[in-house]
Ligand binder design. Structure first.
Ligand SMILES: *Cc1c(COP(=O)(O)O)cnc(C)c1O
Length: 400
């Protein structure tokens, strides 16, 4: 059975609406968002969807994260606490601003930041916390916000994998911190190839982000530069496609939720156990434990499973052999162990990170090395796809 994926038309929601929007922009003759209307319209729509005062369109999710770090305004050498299980786009902006990433360990049940681990790392140079809602599961953002408030830190929420993730207290992921960031890259819930947005309720943070995205140029003030900035502008072409995609977002997330919950129910039915854990019998009489994801608020960018006994690579290979797009680990190594930390960062220099080496993160290392399994998820999956996956898990390891 074919599993639709996000690199092909059958695994995306790109269609006539995107073509028509693109056609309108191209025929308007204006492809640049400084003078066009599509990017500003997209910002209004995303702001309304999230109930945020400001939404700022930009070139990518990484650019959005860079804007959010700029908004937090670290001095060189200041520390930003983040997670070792994420896309490098979360960490690169910290380095770009000459700040120091401090990796906190994660909750072994879902790979999201462990607020206790974060609390233990807050020091005099901490400027911000960057949380990621990994795979679309809500991070413990209420606890992180309390920590940020108690210590006067900025809280940034990376929602690149978490479009419409719902928080336990109500509201979407991205609205509990000072700045939330979104990505429109090819492999996200909705796409325009590359693109990003930040959302915030804070006028001053929004001002800093808008300036940085446009060369520090306040267009109302004439050809004059107020602050350091790059060109992170979204084009009208990106915005046209993104605007059409945004209309389809609720359907995309609803569909992913429906089949993900079906799979959870099917897997629960396979073994004994309570709550989110099941135990499957092995032929030799032993059992393999599988922790199922908690569905609450989840946006299901991917469908993760945790195998506390370390069987994730083996089960991933078993599912892969059955034609299911499953992988172990998500990353080759967690970001605290990336090769980059042994090398110069800026030319031949590591300033201001000369003596810096990330601390171990044992839970993240265990997840990536042996306990985390991910199944690609897609809004075009049907109950048939769910059944094929559940049957393959039921046949692991080699049961008759
Ligand atoms: C994709 C992703 C990014 C980077 O977004 P781009 O649009 O690819 O630059 C950052 N963080 C996370 C968690 C992501 O999944």
């Amino acid at each position: 059975m074919h599993f639709p994926n996000m690199a092909e038309p059958a695994g995306r929601t790109l269609g006539d609406e995107e073509v028509a929007a693109l056609d309108r922009v191209i025929r308007s003759g204006m492809l640049n968002s400084v003078w066009g209307t599509a990017a500003r319209a997209l910002e209004r729509e995303v702001g309304a969807l999230y109930g945020s005062r400001h939404a700022i369109a930009c070139a990518s999710g990484t650019a959005a994260l860079h804007l959010s770090v700029v908004a937090a305004a670290p001095d060189p050498g200041d520390e930003i606490i983040t997670t070792p299980i994420t896309d490098f786009g979360t960490v690169a902006p910290i380095l770009a601003q000459n700040a120091v990433p401090v990796f906190a360990d994660v909750d072994p049940s879902d790979g999201n930041l462990d607020p206790d681990a974060v609390a233990a790392l807050i020091g005099p140079r901490t400027r911000a916390i960057m949380a990621v809602h990994l795979f679309g599961a809500p991070a413990r953002i209420g606890e992180l916000r309390d920590l940020a408030d108690a210590h006067g830190l900025a809280l940034i929420e990376d929602c690149a994998q978490a479009w419409l993730t719902e928080l336990p207290g109500g509201g979407y992921a991205g609205t509990a911190g000072h700045v939330g960031t979104l990505s429109l890259q090819q492999w996200k819930h909705i796409t325009c190839g590359d693109g990003g947005l930040t959302i915030t309720d804070d006028d001053e943070l929004a001002r800093r982000m808008r300036l940085f995205a446009d060369k520090g140029w306040d267009r109302a003030a004439g050809r004059s530069h107020e602050s350091l900035g790059l060109n992170y502008r979204m084009t009208e072409l990106q915005a046209a496609v993104a605007g059409a995609q945004l209309e389809k977002l609720p359907g995309v997330v609803a569909s992913r939720r429906r089949t993900a919950v079906e799979l959870i129910e099917a897997l629960r039915g396979l073994g004994e156990g309570e709550g989110t854990a099941i135990r499957l019998p092995r032929p030799d009489g032993s059992q393999v434990a599988i922790e199922l994801p908690r569905p609450d608020g989840h946006a299901w960018w991917l469908f993760p499973l945790v195998l506390p006994g370390g069987d994730a690579p083996e089960l991933a290979a078993h599912l892969g052999a059955a034609g299911i797009p499953a992988r172990a680990g998500y990353l080759r190594e967690p970001l605290n162990q990336a090769p980059l930390w042994d090398r110069p960062i800026y030319g031949t220099s590591r300033y201001p990170l000369e003596g810096y080496r990330p601390a171990p993160c044992p839970e993240a290392e265990r997840l990536v090395g042996s306990t985390l399994l991910i199944i690609d998820w897609n809004e075009h999956y049907t109950s048939e796809h769910v059944k094929v996956i559940a049957d393959a898990v039921a046949n692991y390891p080699g049961k008759a």
